[in-house]
Design a protein around this ligand. Sequence first.
Ligand code: SF4
Length: 208
Amino acid sequence: MDVARILDTLDQMFPDAHCELNHRNAYELCVAVVLSAQTTDVSVNKATPALFEKYPTVKDLACANQEDVEQCIKKIGLYRSKAKNIIGLAQYAVEHFDGEIPDTMEQLIQLPGVGRKSANVVLSVCFGVPAFAVDTHVERISKRPGFARRNDSVWDVERKLMKKIPKSRWNDMHHKFIFFGRYFCKAKNPSCKDCPLVDICKEKDKKI
Ligand code: SF4
């Protein structure tokens, strides 16, 4: 496959791709990423200003009452379990990392609600560590033009992307893959007739 061509195409289509979860620091992004599971960044961004005004630091959230946190995020899906996770995340960070969000994969995935994908987002966006977070968009986009196979696991996809894409491009390409999947190659009704990658795509014109 012509990796350079795909990267060039995404560069041209989405030169300003970026993290769309609003945040001011690693604490806020880590919480926002946990809240974003199975919901949109837009709905998370509506809830987090009030949440972070009430709990501006990890230590504030660690001391929070769960019902009060639920009130702040109740318009987000799975808000009860997410409230429990973000309080637990904050408590764990206070107990084990002196109230800081850690900057290694090994430590991040110890936080309640933080899996490998979420940890990769925090590592790459907040700490500049080369990483390729594979969410639902990245997984789908990777399989359509052929970075990965249809039956590959999320971990398979991450490994293949890291092997085929230069390390220096992992962090920005993660965002461009997401923009391509969110705004162009959507899960249903992708814009195949206008797609510059249509000649190499394995799934063109499929209604998935
Ligand atoms: S041809 Fe269609 S399915 Fe394939 S990458 Fe382009 S928009 Fe996505």
